[in-house]
Design a protein around this ligand. Structure first.
Ligand SMILES: Nc1nc2c(c(=O)[nH]1)N[C@H]1C(S)=C(S)[C@@H](COP(=O)(O)OP(=O)(O)OC[C@H]3O[C@@H](n4cnc5c(N)ncnc54)[C@H](O)[C@@H]3O)O[C@H]1N2
Ligand code: MOO
Length: 411
């Protein structure tokens, strides 16, 4: 079923779903040391083998006591010994206290820890300056994690937080999916590689380096397949070659309606199948999605900002499908726009924007007036704003969704 949103355009959700439908999760996994697994995708469920904390422990530096029904302020207790983190348990003599440090095991008979700030120490005795209740300042065995519970689900992208949890479980290795291998090609007879001369009417290829960088940021292995001029035979030959080596092939350029837009024709000539999409998205309206051999094919638009936005939506949807992850819901923040923004109804619009600090809080300013070929505003921006299809006119102070680049380039 197609979700046609405006003038026969395909909605972003439908376009992402169609692109992802060509992909299925990659088979096979490898075991990596937990720190080396950062950025990789978990292949199997991880269950806990150990309660966390592994034993009842003190949450504070202070004194371990038997609080019973509670100890009132003013009670005096003898300090009968000391327990530091890592010490073996020592018993609490009745009617006394033990000096205890953060992380130390709670001895039998102890049911509360008094913070040292809440006692007056006088030689070998303490006097409580506050009421003490049973359970105070004790971290219970298993209160964080119980044995056997599911800790991490397959598809989780491993980061420092997961490394800490796995480490606390005593785990040395973790099973991860193999990296997605992405072949990146720029198409366009006007393009030259860095280091080449720049004849009239030519420009340096910025999409291929950008897309390679984005693919690396997304945790993929990258194959640089160079620049191919606008010749469907040459493009088809490159696609055939990459199909035997890559899980995903990304080209930029040639997805629109011009005489030299050969993306879909080249895919079909190479033996693949696919479809040209017109998405209710600005920039990034045209795209080609399909498959060739065991590879997924994504033809991104040539305009650089359009290529970036298209990668963030379609590319991320395909990556999630290849890695067996369900795409996370979008997690931008709503901020007021600092100015009027001229636009037409109908397409979701993304634009580079920076955050401003105003007298009344934060606001966002769109840079570059929405030009899809302009690189400088993109490089100067803090993130992308997303304006919904029916949000027009856009007035100063209107709320828009802002996706910061620092959160890993996602929208
Ligand atoms: N009649 C119409 N023309 C266009 C339409 C349309 O609907 N009807 N859509 C426009 C939109 S929107 C976009 S986006 C572009 C997409 O075009 P293509 O994917 O076919 O890309 P090209 O025509 O090859 O290039 C567009 C533009 O980008 C520059 N470019 C291309 N590759 C690179 C690169 N690797 N590095 C830097 N710059 C690149 C290229 O020189 C062009 O200026 O089509 C519109 N046209
Ligand atoms: O949507 Mo094009 O993708 O405007 O640059």
């Amino acid at each position: 079923m197609d979700t046609c949103s405006h003038e026969g355009l395909t909605s972003i959700e439908e376009a992402c779903a169609r692109a992802a439908a060509y992909a299925s999760p990659l088979q096979g996994h490898e075991e990596l040391p937990i720190v080396a697994a950062v950025g990789r995708t978990l292949a199997l469920t991880v269950r806990s083998v150990l309660p966390l904390p592994p034993f009842d422990q003190s949450a504070m530096d202070g004194y371990a006591v038997a609080a019973g029904d509670g100890l009132v302020s003013g009670i005096s207790l003898k300090v009968a010994g000391r327990m530091a983190a890592g010490d073996e348990e020592r018993p609490l003599p009745p009617g006394s206290a033990l000096r205890i440090l953060t992380g130390a095991k709670i001895p039998r008979g102890v049911d509360a820890v008094v913070m040292q700030e809440n006692v007056i120490r006088d030689g070998n005795r303490i006097v409580l300056t506050r009421m003490v209740r049973p359970g105070d300042n004790i971290r219970r065995r298993g209160e964080d994690v119980t044995p056997g519970e599911v800790l991490l689900q397959p598809g989780e992208r491993i980061d420092a937080r997961h490394v800490a949890l796995l480490a606390a479980q005593g785990q040395t290795f973790v099973p991860v999916r193999r990296k997605v291998r992405i072949g990146v090609v720029s198409t366009g007879s006007e393009l030259r590689a860095q280091g080449e001369s720049l004849p009239e009417a030519s420009l340096f290829d910025s999409n291929r380096p950008m897309i390679m960088a984005l693919a690396l940021q997304a945790g993929a292995d990258v194959v640089d397949a160079g620049i191919i001029r606008d010749d469907p035979r040459l493009i088809a030959q490159t696609l055939r070659d990459l199909a035997s080596r890559c899980d995903l092939i990304l080209t930029t350029g040639g997805v629109s309606v011009g005489d030299e837009d050969h993306s879909l024709a080249a895919l079909i000539e190479a033996g693949g199948r696919g479809e040209a999409l017109k998405i209710a998205l600005k920039p990034g309206k045209p795209a080609v999605v399909g498959t060739i051999g065991a590879s997924i094919y994504l033809g991104l638009p040539g305009n650089p900002v359009a290529a970036l936005v298209s990668w963030l939506l379609l590319g991320h949807a395909v990556m999630a499908a290849l890695e067996g992850r369900s795409p996370k819901p979008s997690s931008g923040m709503h901020l007021p726009l600092a100015h009027v923004f001229e636009r037409r109804l109908g397409r979701t619009e993304f634009a580079p924007a920076r955050i401003l600090s105003t007298g009344s809080g934060l606001a966002v300013e769109i840079l570059g007036r929405g030009g899809s070929a302009r690189l400088k505003p993109l490089a100067m921006a803090d993130g992308l704003v997303r304006i919904e299809p029916l949000h027009a006119p856009v007035r100063e102070g209107d709320m828009v969704l802002f996706h910061p680049f620092r959160d890993g380039f996602s929208v």
